[in-house]
Ligand binder design. Structure first.
Ligand code: FES
Ligand code: FES
Length: 394
């Protein structure tokens, strides 16, 4: 069994499945979303069409495991979608369905066409919808319905989005950024397949279980209040973390940022949001957030609880409890002992940078990325050495 975690209609969908399970079965059987229909099960009829990162995909020939971290939208997720609403009423008006079996797939394909078609040209619509078969042969009504929605939208001045907003070539889901704008705009402001905003959003962590947790502590040789105030300056704190930076205005207690990480040949740039809480009375706080790398599809979610305490020598002791989950290609490096070792070294650099800033030293040039490769291999070597010592009693 393989663990698959993705987002369906804005909700996390996680299940252990056979690697051979296709996305349609994953949607229907593990999530009970039966609006996605199965006809031919070999990619011909289009009944199983869903959106993966905003792109129509035949879910019967898409492995669920290949969609890890993807943002999937099924017909149920288009309940409040502006174009889908217009299409549903046009389908009713034009008698574009009989048994309705093909209709969910038809609507999803038609919605994509409505987004990008320049005008309501009948031949272009026939070609555009040719990947969806209706065994009740209600094609005339379907064409009329799609035609009327395109014509009406263009009449209202709604411009087509060339390529439905997709800007890069590649398999469905290869360009999740491209999917964001058309879907969000068609939702009337409610993004349903905006990869960046959904997968990187900060959610309630109440029902979220980290894959691994560990503790770290370090000392900053500065008074407690000075360190506490410094921790409240998010841009300053981010500048002390190799590879980290803020990328947008903070909104309330939510910040937007990115972190560049390089492990061996894998380079990732995690974009995401984090929610920050601070308790002045106890000098403690938390940072919880999630992020995703668009290229490698690695994703992470984590929470850091921290507490500051005055030490006897006038320094400040900072204790961190870190919980995290890492998925995608970088997950192979997520073993907790290795991560703990890497985090320990990262934290040492962070502490040195914080001290330097608080002393008023010239700001150290910030590393443009966290080169975890060297940390990783040093940590791995240390772990192997410890295990050999244990094995031979030395
Ligand atoms: S069921 Fe997927 S294309 Fe027919
Ligand atoms: S309406 Fe029956 S298959 Fe299309």
């Amino acid at each position: 069994m393989t663990s698959v975690a993705l987002t369906i209609n804005g909700e996390d969908a996680i299940a252990d499945v056979e690697p051979r399970m296709h996305l349609a079965d994953f949607i229907r059987e593990t999530q009970n979303l039966t609006g996605t229909h199965l006809g031919c099960e070999h990619g011909v009829c289009g009944a199983c069409t869903v959106l993966v990162d905003g792109v129509p995909v035949r879910s019967c020939i898409t492995y669920a495991v290949s969609c890890t971290n993807a943002v999937v939208t099924t017909i149920e997720g288009l309940d409040n979608d502006e174009i889908a609403k217009e299409l549903r009423s046009a389908f009713s008006r034009e008698h574009a369905l009989q048994c309705g079996y093909c209709t969910p797939g038809m609507l999803i394909s038609a919605r994509d066409l409505v987004l990008r078609a320049a005008d309501a040209d009948e031949r272009a619509i026939r070609v555009g919808m040719s990947g969806n078969l209706c065994r009740c042969t209600g094609y005339l009504g379907i064409i009329r319905a799609v035609q009327s929605v395109i014509a009406e939208r263009r009449r209202r001045g709604v411009a087509p989005l060339p390529g439905a907003g997709r800007k890069t070539l590649g398999p469905a889901g290869a360009s999740s950024k491209a999917s964001a704008s058309p879907v969000a705009s068609a939702q009337g402001g409610r993004p349903i397949a905006d990869t960046a905003s959904i997968s990187a959003r900060t959610e309630s962590l109440a029902d979220w279980k980290p894959q691994s947790t560990f503790e770290q502590s370090f000392a900053v040789h500065q008074p407690l209040e000075a360190v506490w105030n410094f921790f409240g300056q998010l841009a300053e704190v981010a500048a002390c973390l190799p590879g980290a930076s803020l990328t947008g205005e903070s909104q309330g207690n939510t910040v937007i940022g990115k972190m560049r990480v390089k492990v061996g040949p894998i380079a990732a740039e995690f974009h995401g949001t984090a929610e920050i809480t601070r308790n002045d009375a106890t000098h403690s706080g938390s940072i919880s957030g999630s992020g995703r790398d668009q290229r490698s599809t690695s994703a992470t979610r984590g929470i850091v609880n921290y507490r500051l305490m005055a030490a006897d020598d006038g320094a400040t002791k900072v204790t961190l409890t870190v919980g995290y989950r890492l998925t995608g290609p970088l997950a192979q490096f997520s073993r907790s002992d290795l991560m703990q070792d890497i985090a320990g070294r990262l934290v040492t650099t962070f502490a040195q940078n914080v001290e330097a800033r608080l002393r008023g030293d010239p700001a150290p040039a910030q590393a443009s990325e966290l080169r975890a490769g060297t940390l990783f291999f040093a940590a791995l070597a240390r772990t192997i050495k410890m295990r050999i010592s244990r094995l031979f009693g030395r």
